[in-house]
Design a protein around this ligand. Structure first.
Ligand code: SF4
Ligand code: SF4
Length: 479
């Protein structure tokens, strides 16, 4: 049996599903390429403006500084994250945890209120796909119909040229992405040098470029459908009052193509009564970047991009019906009830967000220029001198949280300088570094009599306004 014959035989004997199982899958299991039409409605114009702003911000951020510090710099080798001029170091684990918890709860809150607004309006996948790569594809390959023709024909110089432009843009975006981790100045030095001088960074950049080309050229909507965890969690993050893009079944059904009417005259009354507003034109389906039919109800594949709203509004305008057959609404509104904004999950998320934000603000305001930790010495609790004095060893750890080297003077409140011996005092600590020193504190034996303890206050100052006072309990003989 020849190959074409075998193919025809397999097609004839293949068990065909009764209906389309996945929007992006043909009946024979091959990929169905989505070539969406563009609907230039009001939401598209708004989203396009926002997308351009976001694209400019993404490229500009590595160049921006706040108070001398980068706006955002994720320095992984130095384990130092700078966000909006604030530096987080490994010693700031609690603050970083609060920040991440705040972001997580913020995502929950926004999703509960606005549904997948992030996916449709601000996610880099949507922004770059729909407002950079897809427009370029239309420029090189023409309309969706022409693109489908190219899909059937295979390679063409237009497609190869488009692929090359995609790769160039991906390479530029990958460099920008790398700048978030190494800073723009370092990136420029690397670009001017040989890749052999910075092989790891070069491989990261090449890997990110390849991943972007793969994503925007081939994987596309599959990123949202199968790879993105956020999309998968929608069933638990949304409720009946969350904002969704929905089709008004009560108004649209029974759907059907309008009956014949005489030119210039409105639909016959009987015809209008018999049908819903949906004329089954499929404009909403043809415009959907994930290939689904919004009339089938809320689906995980819907990224709330609003293209079906724009498409349907244009049709409604054309046939003289009110806009909004497909619109932003909640599931409760679609079932004829009012929408509730304040509900238990919204209040809980908002409360948690407030708690995390407050704790983070307090933590940041108290952090000051250094983190000081006082610990007991590692050897015996204390030692007694022939002079009748007791010596305690105390370890002092100082983490410099500023962006410059500082020297920290250590003293014990109420004690003379000769009662406190430190190998290095003041203690120099480089920017972002952590150093430890040991204090030997000498006190007369009599101060311990009775309890065997004496609480002292250790004061650390940097001479530039930073002062930390930490209490430590010293031990001695009870009698
Ligand atoms: S159904 Fe509508 S809102 Fe959802 S992804 Fe498709 S076009 Fe966008
Ligand atoms: S665009 Fe509107 S009228 Fe046309 S099929 Fe979709 S919902 Fe029906």
């Amino acid at each position: 049996m020849s190959d074409p014959e075998r193919e025809a035989h397999e097609k004839a004997t293949l068990l065909q599903p009764p209906e389309r199982v996945l929007a992006t899958l043909n009946a024979d299991g091959t990929r169905r390429w989505i070539r969406p039409r563009l609907s230039r409605g009001r939401y598209y114009l708004l989203r396009r403006s926002l997308a351009w702003v976001l694209m400019v911000v993404f490229v500009a951020v590595p160049h921006l500084r706040v108070g001398g510090a980068p706006l955002i710099l994720l320095d992984i080798p130095a384990r130092e994250f700078t966000l909006f001029g604030t530096v987080f170091r490994p010693t700031d684990t609690a603050l970083l945890m609060l920040l991440l918890l705040g972001i997580l709860v913020g995502i929950f809150l926004v999703t509960a209120l606005l549904g997948r607004a992030w996916c449709g309006w601000a996610c880099p996948q949507t922004v770059y796909m729909e407002f950079l790569f897809r427009p370029l594809e239309r420029l090189f390959e023409g309309s969706p119909q022409e693109q489908q023709k190219l899909d059937r024909v295979g390679g063409s110089w237009r497609r190869w040229l488009k692929n090359a432009v995609f790769a160039l843009i991906a390479c530029f975006l990958a460099h920008t992405f790398l700048a978030y981790f190494v800073g723009w100045e370092q990136l420029i030095r690397w670009i001017r040098g040989s890749p052999a001088e910075h092989p790891v960074a070069f491989l990261v950049m090449a890997g990110v470029t390849a991943a972007m080309v793969f994503d925007f050229l081939w994987f596309r909507e599959q990123t949202c459908l199968v790879a993105c965890p956020y999309g998968r969690f929608q069933s638990v993050l949304l409720d009946r009052d969350s904002l969704i893009v929905g089709y008004d079944v009560a108004r649209g059904e029974p759907r059907g193509k309008p009956g014949k009417r005489r030119k210039g005259l409105p639909l016959a009354d009987e015809d209008a009564k018999a049908r819903g507003d949906c004329i089954d034109c499929r404009a909403c389906v043809l415009t959907c970047p994930t290939g689904i039919d919004i009339r089938d109800g809320l689906q995980m594949e819907c990224i709330h991009c609003t293209q079906c709203i724009d498409a349907c509004d244009a049709i409604m305008e054309r046939i003289g019906r009110p806009k909004g057959l497909v619109r932003y609404c909640s599931q409760r509104e679609l079932s004829g009830e009012g929408r509730r904004i304040l509900r238990p999950r919204v209040l809980v998320y908002a409360g948690l967000l407030l708690v995390f934000a407050t704790l983070l603000a307090i933590g940041l305001s108290r952090r000051g220029g250094a983190r000081v930790t006082v610990l007991r010495g590692l050897r015996e609790p204390f030692s007694e001198l022939p002079t009748g004095e007791v010596v305690n060893q105390v370890r002092v750890k100082i983490g410099n949280q500023t962006r410059e080297s500082r020297s920290y003077r250590i003293a014990v409140e109420g004690l003379a300088p000769d009662q406190v011996v430190a190998p290095e005092n003041p203690l120099p600590v480089a920017a972002g570094a952590l150093r430890e020193t040991t204090l030997f504190i000498k006190l007369p034996e009599a101060v311990f009599h009775g309890t065997g303890k004496k609480v002292v206050a250790i004061v650390v100052e940097d001479g530039a306004g930073f002062r930390a006072r930490t209490e430590a309990t010293l031990l001695g003989p009870k009698e």
